[in-house]
Ligand binder design. Structure first.
Ligand code: BGC
Length: 773
């Protein structure tokens, strides 16, 4: 746990330079715009500890899996979003000395991530070994208006000398992934060119043959005027640069602007990449840095209007929630249904930038409520487009009749995890994908989605589950053997309650969806069953038979659902009995010891209770929470938010707040000691859920928004906007009660504490808190 980020409502601030924290800060201060993103590496050379990271969405490489004993069904490759050309480089040399904060004396240093306006700022004073001092001020951003472009303003001032400064503004494409399995490099050069202030480098990925053209243009100003200097292009293999020298007097500021653009063969023909790149450079450089930044601030204002959560009375909590929302909005904009959300977004290499169940279980609810409907829909369509591959995956494993098993880790729809024993058996991801369809339709009312895309996916998933169970003669029930639930600290277990429960729900929901589609679009339905060769009567009969006869483990004495068969054979020692030195278990204990222990990595039974909350009364939820919470170590970032939501629902307000804090500042305070690898982007959606679905108790029931709010004792109030079916509602909760302000031109009925309230267009209503008995 660290505590070096200054509390501020709109900014992430680091003061003073501690090289030991640099990799953490590189993650925290990351910037992105959905199309590309990068860690907060320095523009000038830095020879200290750093993790260089520049990423372009969708550009991946199938790195060969490392595995000792190959078995049928193992994925061939582990896909990774590639570390791409570094376009921020601005090398500074003064009298043959490099400006390098690892070597210089750093006199002062400040880094700010301005979340309100969407840019990264850095200022420092450094003393070179010769005693020459310079002051540097930088600003940079990835534009959310011109998504292929980024811009840098780099201002340098000699403080105690007059002299020449040699500057090389470069694009370096000779990049390796730190996590490359066989130390290979994944990029080759296609072309490089440069003229005057402009340079262009086109690279191609090995095997996948994506091409990316990265271009840049520099402009230099002194005393507010462009200066005339000799700009020399340098062209080397996988490297292009513009080199120039300026003469500056003591106290005179030189400002370098660098406009950079990444265009890819995903969006353009390969033979036009350089010319498109030039056009985009002309456009953004024509606007200039200040105008681009003004547009950036205006575009962020719109994002904040949709998604901000305002917390009064607790600056650390305010900073935490905004940081989470900011990073989510930087990662995924929902404009391209070929893209998804990697667990680390554009902030690190871990998890390969691939798609996990995190998207459906955690991110979809955030985008549903805070972005235009198309954004969440595109996340669903991403999986729809990969249905063929999911069927292929299932077929490879021995399933038939169009059964679909979505991968646990994927880029293209093919399974590409690299940890068979844990990841593969997590077939629960198939259920999360079905659940997201249900959630989307429930939230938006867009039933056409089922007609056009959803039902086809659901039938594939239901077919999978119906084949994955088997009849147990001993139990006279259906069982589900050899699975891993969300709790990865137990692998290959039998009858994981969450997975079995979810499987039954999927088959049940598919039957409902069939009826909906049949009744609304009979023709489409007929076409679909023809396409899928679907025998409705026979297949749904079998599904119903399984649902009615499924074994769902429970403990009658404790009246709880059992995480899996045999769970109670474990020694049940609460987490609070664990020595602090043993945590996190996955870094301190052998895998053998973890597997035998009772410790739960992340919400498992409680994840099921979260999804299907409506089915359980409050006493049942309490019993399960009371049993499982003390055994949960929350060593997945996806865990505390689910506990925060459930604790809120059963009135355990202190617990709810404790878990909220843990998720909201997980990265800012480096809670799990792993922020240096990158941020926990997907769990950031869970932080939003903790406030909106937890504290405010928002859920949808019978096509209606519902709130059951409480105010954490530490706060004065919290408020947020929710977009729901053509209405935009501001929700504010304070000590007195809840205010609903309908900001749209449509009426809406909302339940508060289970009572319906009509909120007319542009009308605000207030409902007091229920008195607790
Ligand atoms: C969690 C998984 C999750 C993955 C990616 C793992 O640590 O246990 O549930 O999908 O991280 O976020």
């Amino acid at each position: 746990m660290k505590n070096y980020i200054k509390a501020d409502e709109w900014n992430i601030i680091e003061e003073g330079f501690d090289p030991r924290l640099n990799k953490i800060s590189e993650s925290l201060f990351s910037i992105g715009n959905g199309h590309m993103g990068q860690r907060a590496n320095f523009e000038e050379t830095y020879t200290g500890e750093t993790l260089q990271g520049n990423y372009v969405a969708g550009i991946y490489y199938p790195d060969k899996t490392r595995v000792g004993w190959w078995k049928n069904g193992y994925p061939e490759y582990f896909a990774k979003i590639l570390n791409a050309a570094n376009w921020i480089g601005i090398d500074i040399t003064i009298d043959n000395e490099k400006l390098d904060l690892h070597i210089c004396k750093v006199i002062d240093f400040k880094r700010i991530l301005n979340m309100r306006e969407g840019y990264l700022q850095r200022s420092f004073t450094a003393e070179l070994p010769s005693g020459k001092k310079v002051a540097v001020n930088t600003k940079r951003f990835c534009s959310i208006v011109d998504e292929e472009a980024g811009a840098i303003q780099y201002a340098i001032t000699p403080l105690n000398f007059d002299g020449e400064i040699n500057i090389t503004a470069y694009i370096d494409g000779d990049i390796a992934n730190q996590d490359s399995n066989y130390d290979e490099k994944f990029w080759d050069q296609v072309s490089n060119e440069g003229k005057g202030q402009d340079v262009y480098l086109t690279l191609i990925t090995k095997k996948t043959t994506f091409e990316v053209c990265t271009g840049s243009r520099v402009a230099v100003l002194q005393d507010g005027k462009a200066i005339d200097t000799d700009f020399k292009p340098i062209l080397k293999d996988k490297y292009v640069a513009t080199a120039f020298t300026v003469t500056a007097k003591q106290g005179q500021e030189t400002v370098i602007y660098k406009y950079a653009v990444n265009v890819t063969s995903q969006n353009y023909n390969k033979d036009e990449l350089t010319s498109v790149c030039k056009k985009v450079i002309d456009r953004v450089a024509g606007k200039g840095f200040d105008k681009m930044l003004r547009e950036q601030a205006a575009a962020w204002q719109i994002k904040w209007n949709e998604s901000d959560i305002i917390i009064e009375g607790d600056v650390a909590a305010q900073q935490g929630i905004r940081f989470n929302i900011f990073q989510l909005c930087q990662t995924y904009t929902g404009k391209d249904d070929r893209l998804n959300i990697g667990p680390k977004g554009f902030t690190g290499e871990k998890y390969g930038g691939s798609t996990y169940w995190d998207t459906e279980a955690y991110c979809v609810p955030f985008y549903l409520a805070t972005a235009p409907q198309q954004v969440a829909k595109n996340l669903l369509i991403y999986r729809y487009r990969q249905l063929d591959k999911a069927i292929e995956n299932a077929t490879k494993l021995g399933f038939n009749n169009g059964a679909a098993l979505y991968p646990m880790v994927t880029m293209t729809g093919e399974e590409c995890h690299n940890e068979w024993e844990i990841t593969f058996e997590e077939i629960h991801r198939n259920g999360a994908i079905a659940y997201a369809i249900f959630n989307y339709v429930r939230y938006t009312g867009d039933k056409d989605y089922l007609n056009d895309y959803g039902l086809e996916v659901l039938i594939g998933i239901a077919r999978f589950w119906s084949q994955r169970v088997n009849w147990s003669d001993a139990k006279k029930q259906f069982v589900m053997l050899g699975v891993t639930g969300p709790n990865e600290y137990e692998n290959n277990v039998n009858n994981n309650w969450y997975t079995s429960m979810l499987a039954c729900w999927c088959m049940q929901y598919t039957i409902e969806a069939i009826n909906l589609v049949k009744n609304s679009e009979a023709l489409k339905y007929d076409q679909l069953i023809g396409k899928l060769n679907f025998n409705e009567a026979k297949e749904t009969e079998q599904w119903k038979h399984i649902i009615e006869n499924m074994y769902l483990p429970k403990d009658n004495a404790r009246q709880i659902f059992l995480q899996q068969d045999g769970f109670l054979d474990k020694e049940l020692i609460p987490v609070k009995g664990l020595p602090a030195a043993d945590r996190p278990l996955n870094q301190k204990w052998s895998w053998d010891r973890i597997l035998r222990s009772c410790y739960i990595k992340q919400a498992d039974v409680l994840q099921g209770i979260y999804f299907f909350n409506e089915q359980f009364d409050s006493d049942t939820i309490k019993r399960n929470y009371n049993f499982y919470e003390p055994l949960t170590v929350h060593e997945s970032s996806l865990s505390p938010c689910v506990h925060a939501i459930i604790a809120s629902r059963i009135g355990y307000e202190e617990d709810a707040y404790k878990f909220y804090l843990r998720t909201s500042r997980l990265d800012l305070d480096d809670y799990n000691n792993d922020t240096e690898d990158g941020l926990h982007i997907t769990s950031m959606a869970g932080t939003w859920m903790s406030v909106v679905e937890g504290f405010a108790g928002m859920h949808i029931k019978d096509d209606r928004l519902q709130f059951n709010p409480f105010l954490p004792g530490e706060w004065k109030s919290y408020s947020f906007n929710i977009g729901y079916r053509n209405t935009l509602v501001n929700v504010k909760v304070n000590a007195g009660g809840i205010y609903l302000n309908n900001l749209s031109a449509n009426n809406i009925t909302i339940n508060i504490f289970n009572e319906p309230h009509n909120v007319g267009a542009n009308i605000k209503i207030f409902v007091g808190h229920k008195v607790k008995v």
